[in-house]
Design a protein around this ligand. Structure first.
Ligand code: SAH
Length: 397
């Protein structure tokens, strides 16, 4: 079968020659020629000259991903094997780390195949497919893992539709079914993980370095407020770092039992901690009324959230979130401001933080910044893939 030729608009050919890996709708002249998800496509210049090979996989970011710039390279089993083996080799330091047995082993376009990621949880693999097209490579990918061997089981999450939403399903693929939760280790901390219980597994691996910093540098003797706390992973790190007390706030009812569980698997008395199911914005009002102040406040909101009362978007509302936080932060206190919104970069994010402080007439100092950790390998041609931005700031007296 002859591959479909996607003609790249003149104004976009340069970007692909410079190895931009995403096939975006705006860039191609004939997107309607795409029919079957997973089909191999050739990107060509308007005059027909070859640029790159990729595949059709419609997701929120674009129409698919470039796989190779070599005209002679086949997209076959060997191709997948080479990419996955190289990715695993690159994670050797993680595989050899006694204190950590959970990390990302394959980071989509960062490891040469956009639309697919693979995480490792102490012998279990979790593959996430971001389009039907990516999913069409499943058999090859599984075969590679079979050849490499040495896994307990493989699970998957299908995040197909164009919003990247998770399709609820039995996520078990192969191997011996796990008994969940499994307890994984990260820098010596324990986390309970569920690989077959909906879209999220209990921990976000991309925050590893931030959790470590909180535990090792910022928590000792402190009153810590963890907002948008989910399973309380940051609270666990703070408690293990010697926090005087942690307060975790999340709207989701399940967050309470999940947080109790994360404390418990670390031998922390959860009854000495506060775990509150509440809208964070209501909590800010409550804390103000009660004149509560914290030494360390962690902000890690979802990019976009709609609750009964309001919608929150990081791109619009982060400055006001910072302002609310400043009011309940002690002098010389620390704010950990985080976002995973890929639609803006670090510079803009720092602008939001600056705006919040300026409007509060409060001085601050940036102590540290984090982006994705090394296992979330980012493609040089696609720095947008480094979506994580975490800034640790000190509120100056
Ligand atoms: N910081 C967490 C991850 C946060 S995920 C971690 O490190 O593991 C985002 C969380 O925000 C979800 O658990 C969701 O329930 C919660 N959430 C969304 N809107 C909220 C709101 N208005 N108030 C409180 N929690 C909210």
């Amino acid at each position: 079968m002859k591959p479909i030729e996607l003609k790249v608009k003149n104004s976009y050919t340069k970007q692909y020659h410079q190895r931009f890996p995403l096939i975006s709708k705006e860039a191609v002249i004939n997107p309607d020629d795409l029919q079957e998800e997973g089909a191999i496509v050739h990107l060509v210049e308007p005059n027909g000259n070859f640029i790159a090979k990729g595949y059709y996989g419609n997701q929120n970011k674009g129409l698919g991903w470039v796989l190779t710039y070599k005209q002679g390279e086949k997209i076959d089993f060997v191709f997948f094997k080479n990419k996955i083996t190289a990715a695993i080799d690159r994670r050797k330091p993680f595989f050899n780390d006694e204190n950590t047995n959970t990390f990302r082993v394959f980071n989509g376009e960062g490891d040469g195949i956009g639309g697919m990621t693979m995480d490792y949880f102490d012998g279990y693999y979790l593959i996430q497919w971001y389009s039907e097209g990516a999913y069409s490579f499943k058999d090859k990918v599984i075969r590679v893992l079979d050849e490499i061997g040495d896994y307990k089981a493989i699970y998957e999450k299908k995040r197909f539709d164009t919003k990247g939403k998770y399709i609820d399903d039995d996520d078990f693929v192969k191997g011996e079914r796990g008994e969940f939760p499994i307890i994984v280790k990260e820098n010596g901390m324990n986390y309970a993980v569920y690989l077959n219980d909906g879209a999220m597994v209990g921990i976000f691996l991309d925050q590893r370095n931030v959790r470590k910093a909180i535990r090792d540098k910022y928590a000792k003797g402190k009153h810590v407020l963890n907002t948008f706390s989910y399973t309380g992973a940051f609270s666990v790190a703070a408690a293990l770092g010697g926090a005087e007390k942690t307060t975790s706030v999340d709207l989701a009812k399940r967050s309470k039992s999940k947080t109790i569980e994360q404390f418990s698997v670390n031998g922390i008395d959860f009854e000495a901690q506060d775990i509150i199911v509440m809208d964070v914005f209501d909590y800010f009002r409550y804390a103000n009324r009660k004149k509560l102040k914290f030494d360390l406040v962690i902000l890690d909101p979802p990019s976009f959230a709609r609750s009964k009362k309001r919608t929150f978007s990081t791109a619009k509302d982060y400055p006001s979130l910072i302002k609310d936080t400043i009011d309940i932060t002690e002098k010389d206190g620390i704010i950990v401001a985080s976002t995973n919104n890929a639609s803006f970069g670090m510079k803009k994010f720092k602008g939001f933080i600056d705006k919040g402080f300026r409007e509060s007439n409060t001085k601050y100092k940036i102590l540290e910044e984090f982006s994705l950790p090394d296992d979330f390998h980012v493609d040089r041609g696609y720095p947008q893939g480094n979506y994580l931005k975490v800034v640790i700031v000190k509120k100056m007296s």
